[in-house]
Design a protein around this ligand. Sequence first.
Ligand code: MN
Length: 287
Amino acid sequence: MRLVTVSTEHGPRACVEWQGEYVDIHAADPGLPSRMRDVLALGTEGLERVRAATASGSVRYEAAGAKLLAPVPDPVKIVCLGLNYRDHAEESGMAIPTEPILFSKYATSVIGPGATIELPKVSTEVDYEAELVYVIGKRGRDIPRESAMEYIVGYTIGHDVSARDWQLNKPGKQWMAGKTFDTFAPIGPAIVTLDELPDPHSLGIRLRLNGETMQDSSTNQLIFKADETIAYLSQIFTLEPGDLIFTGTPPGVGMARKPPVWLKAGDFVEVEIDGLGVLSNPVAARL
Ligand code: MN
């Protein structure tokens, strides 16, 4: 299934993409929730019920005219891995990590497909990063690697927008500030459930800036794979339905280019991952 959140006159509604339309899950079966985080928490049987309700759902939004929000508009946690592609670590002049490098973004940085990435007034070095995102569907702590994939409900596309001047030049080598400015976490357009995309480690991943390909790689380059990542993170905190895990970016980012390429007002960025679609966002100065 492809799950999306549509902006409606009744607020955000979790929907299933179905034959050119978005079918409202709660309207199709009032026993099912309307918020995506709650839909993701339903588990395998619940998602089967969602699937069964889709065909007969009477509240549908024409895909062409609907406004999509981030598929999870209100995640409790956004956890990000840094330097998780071997060749991106090399282009950054950093050592290949032996344990995951972690930072976070806040829910205030989340925007959906088509929404505008705002360039902060206080940064002059805003960069792009194409990323695969794991979407958590099951609550868990101290998850063994062998069962880790049961905790991922699906995948979506993420754009880890990064203010390099705030990420790399502030005291204490902290990354978080440069990564979580408002609008710096575009995600979407849809969550593709695991049954449609069982292997996250063989997907082409690309980023186009104003139509020009800047990143072009495969998730087979990931250093820490999905099961290892889930097991590692769940030693630290409880993972919960709707949590998002950004998995790192391949080579070709703007800061590694000579001269460097920074996002500017009027730019248009597309992140594409095989089987997931395209996440497109315009760029503008913050007013
Ligand atoms: Mn990143």
